[in-house]
Design a protein around this ligand. Structure first.
Ligand code: NCD
Ligand code: ZN
Length: 352
């Protein structure tokens, strides 16, 4: 068996639901799903039940992760524009700031221009602002970044029109980066019909033209991120399902399948899962942290092989090509063939 090494894969966009919604996921199950999927570090979003808008809520989360995480991690701070006085207290403890300009899980929108501008001015220039923006909001934040000089990162870019806006900004050398998710690369609005509640996600699954454009324009995309957003099967099958698709267990296996079928280069996968995330978030690559994969192993994705607490995947039954075999973090083997080999609390906060 020939194993290929992926250096320190980071998933820069996950929701581990701890504290507040630990019936969906917690720091142990979420970081176990990361290791199972070959990810050695996760950056966790601030839209918890009590959002991470204060130093106090950030400290609470830090203390929980410290005793539960099995992979390394970082946190985002969040803002709706009303907690700017907290920024100096937290900015060094987090990987970046997250802003929601468009509707999703949790009611944490920042919409008015004055507040967004104020946040841009007050957030440290060298630290990235990760933004959920769609359609004209993409143009708006690019314009603001141009004015203020902040580094912005547009996450889960979904449509042709939005990626075109970002490409235009990149051609002007503006400080704008972006990521795409596996569900927007592998699923469309047609799948959403079949998947019913399980296909409900923000941004919504788009059409084939959008999906094709993402694949054809991957050279403009900086990172892959899973936007791992677990909800229970019961919640997803209810009449008003919450938005979100789990993806930590499956992101690298799906991308390896794309490498095998020739739609993605291995070097490009490494750039987007490791090199660029480290650069954007200004974190050195640890040479003793890596994932080993077997590109030749062919298998069916089964529910029982997932580690996410929600325990479902839109890709159940898919034939995958390329299996995650083991993960090493800081020189220690932490996962092998789906078995977690370290105790809760092994994972470190990359910012502290
Ligand atoms: C996310 C969630 O459930 O927290 N849902 C989603 O559909 N992507 C929120 C988000 O990433 O915007
Ligand atoms: Zn998200």
């Amino acid at each position: 068996m020939f194993l290929t090494k992926l250096p320190a894969p980071i998933d820069i966009h996950v929701h581990l639901r701890d504290p507040g919604d630990t019936h969906k996921e917690d720091f142990y199950t979420g970081t176990s799903a990361a290791l199972n999927g070959g990810i050695s570090a996760v950056f966790d979003m601030p839209n918890n039940k009590t959002p991470i808008f204060t130093e106090e809520s950030l400290r609470e989360k830090e203390n929980i992760a410290k005793v539960k995480a099995v992979c390394d991690y970082g946190f985002y701070f969040g803002s709706t524009g009303k907690n700017i006085e907290e920024f100096p207290k937290v900015s060094e403890r987090v990987v970046g700031l997250k802003l929601y300009l468009d509707q999703t899980t949790g009611d944490y929108l920042i919409r008015d221009l004055a507040s967004i501008r104020d946040v841009f001015i007050k957030w440290p220039k060298e630290k990235v602002i990760v933004i959920h923006a769609e359609a004209e909001n993409v143009s708006l934040v690019i314009k603001l970044a141009k004015e203020s000089g902040n580094k912005i990162h547009i996450t889960h870019v979904t449509t042709k029109a939005d990626l075109e806006r970002i490409i235009e900004a990149k051609k002007m050398s503006l400080p704008v980066t972006c990521d795409v998710t596996p569900h927007h690369l592998f699923l469309t609005d047609k799948d959403a019909v079949e998947l019913k509640g399980k296909g409900q996600v923000k941004p919504s699954l788009a059409n084939l033209t959008d999906k094709t454009f993402l694949w054809d324009s991957l050279s403009w995309v900086d990172c892959f991120s899973s936007d791992h957003a677990p909800h229970t099967e019961e919640e997803k099958n209810s009449p008003s399902p919450p938005y979100g698709i789990p993806g930590l267990d499956t992101m690298i296996p799906l991308l390896l399948t794309a490498v095998k079928d020739g739609s993605l280069e291995m070097d490009d996968l490494i750039q987007k899962i490791s090199t660029n995330p480290h650069k954007i978030f200004n974190i050195p690559v640890d040479k003793d942290t890596y994932t080993e994969v077997d590109l030749d192993e062919n298998y069916e994705l089964k529910k029982e092989n997932l580690k996410t607490k929600c325990c479902w995947s839109p890709y159940e039954g898919w034939q995958l090509h390329g299996k995650v075999k083991s993960v090493y973090i800081r020189g220690k083997k932490v996962m092998e063939d789906g078995r977690i080999l370290v105790e809760k609390g092994f994972g470190r906060n990359m910012m502290l």
